[in-house]
Design a protein around this ligand. Structure first.
Ligand code: PLP
Length: 438
């Protein structure tokens, strides 16, 4: 790695996962952190907001994802996409691990620079930039930036002629959760013209960038994108540029990572000689599984369904789609509710006092719930239909795993609720603890 080499000699692949003697029981740590935080709250006397939703973040999980990246995609230097989750501890860990950063705005650049990261480790990966932000990037020496249209080239000529430019190209992102090519990317029939214009303006084009769509599900999307990038490298050579960097963007998901990395690595090796530097802009991959969100049941409504046996309930939580569940609207997620505490009992699966089997206790009978956020809007629905063996009541707590990507960062203050929920940090990797001084 060009920034900070790490030694992975203690790490062994285990069933597609990676473990070593310095790992702790992550599930157990997360469970204990959730329960300890909740135990402290007495909702009958607490101050307003003390029972607000909160996150538990396992920085060890972020560390493991980094190791996994390096083991599978050693040729690609990750530039973490800050927009996905600008959590300061996550950024600090990644900065220490030597990743680069993909920033999309002045404040993201500022946040990363303020941690002491060298400007050369940042790419301003936004093809349509605000003029004053370009001036800021120029002032701070953040040279790497993307473009995909002629107007952006004129803007760059005026404000930052020394910028190191990446031509962002269109991809087939039809198999992704969030399609970015609807908005960004030059088609292959326009790339030659853009490169000629850049040459005429005496601008410094150094590479090609693409993004196969956030939450990409088809590893083959990378194949075509890498081939197209090769075509643009060749076009650039005809225009007089010797491009040296390829930016393969983000889109990586934890579930399919090894398959994607294999397709991408072999496409890279096939189309690009080793002297071409390759960077990526993973966001979701690094943080999704590291964050667990706990929410409090603030209200409940009983629904009697005529003609149907039994009751169902509407549960109202103190977080919703205008808050950290913004991922339901913006990121097409369907978070799964789990019970943390019902009545006086803690139910989180991995308590040291043994596994709890609610179904056995209730003879297999399930109650149906719909789960809603706290705002006045009917769109604020977290789950239309969830079933639990437990009876969930006001004051109980639910938790949701995999809440690290595109959640907190796109929360609003709609209805006056907070958009800044507490994060309780834990770290299940000894090496990451040492790096962070925990
Ligand atoms: N790079 C750019 C330019 C993006 O727009 C995004 C997401 O929107 C990312 C990287 C991160 O994508 P992901 O979280 O899918 O890895």
């Amino acid at each position: 790695d060009e920034y900070a080499p790490l030694s992975f000699k203690n790490w062994q692949p285990v069933d597609g996962w990676y473990d070593h003697h310095g790992s702790l029981d992550a599930q157990g740590l997360i469970g204990d952190a959730l329960l300890e935080r909740v135990e402290d709250i007495d909702q009958d006397v607490c101050e307003a907001g003390d029972e607000d939703a909160f996150f538990v973040a396992d920085l060890g999980d972020v560390y493991r994802q980094h190791v996994r990246w390096k083991l599978n995609l050693s040729r690609v230097t990750p530039h973490y996409a800050v927009k996905c989750n600008p959590d300061p501890q996550v950024l600090r860990l990644l900065a220490e691990l030597g990743t680069g950063f993909d920033c999309a705005s002045k404040s993201e650049i500022e946040q990363v620079l303020n941690m002491g990261v060298d400007p050369s480790r940042i790419i301003y990966a936004q093809p349509c930039k605000t003029k004053s932000y370009v001036r800021y990037a120029a002032q701070k020496g953040v040279k790497q930036m993307t473009f995909d249209n002629a107007d952006e080239l004129y803007k760059t000529k005026q404000l930052f002629p020394d910028a190191e430019l990446f031509l962002r190209i269109l991809t087939d992102d039809s198999a992704s959760l969030c399609r970015l090519s609807l908005k960004f990317g030059a088609s292959l029939d326009s790339t030659k013209g853009l490169l000629e214009l850049a040459k005429k303006l005496d601008l410094n084009v150094v590479g090609v960038a693409f993004h196969v769509g956030s939450g990409a599900s088809d590893p083959k999307a990378f194949l075509q994108a890498v081939k197209d990038a090769r075509t643009v490298f060749d076009q650039a050579a005809e225009v007089g540029y010797d491009l040296s960097v390829l930016d393969v963007g983000g889109g990586f998901c934890s579930d399919t990572f090894e398959a994607m990395a294999a397709v991408l690595s072999s496409a890279l090796d096939h189309h690009f000689p080793p002297h071409v530097r390759v960077i990526g802009e993973p966001g979701r991959y690094y943080v999704s599984s590291a964050f667990t969100l706990a929410c409090h049941v603030i209200a409940r409504r009983t629904v009697c369904n005529p003609g149907e046996e039994g009751k169902s309930y509407m549960l109202y939580l103190n977080d919703g789609v205008y808050g950290n569940f913004s991922s339901i609207m913006f990121d097409h997620q369907q978070p799964t509710p789990r019970i943390l505490k019902a009545g006086e009992r803690f139910l989180h699966g991995r308590r040291p006092d043994g596994a709890y089997d609610p179904l056995a206790e209730h003879g297999g009978k399930l109650t149906e719930y719909s789960i809603w956020g706290p705002t006045c809007d009917g769109i604020d629905c977290i789950s239309a239909r969830s079933k639990f063996a437990e009876t969930i009541d006001v004051g109980d707590w639910l938790y949701f795993e995999d809440m690290g990507a595109y959640t907190k960062c796109s929360a609003t203050r709609f209805n006056g609720f907070t958009d800044n929920h507490e994060v309780v940090y834990i770290c299940s990797e000894m090496r990451a603890r040492a790096i962070l001084g925990l």
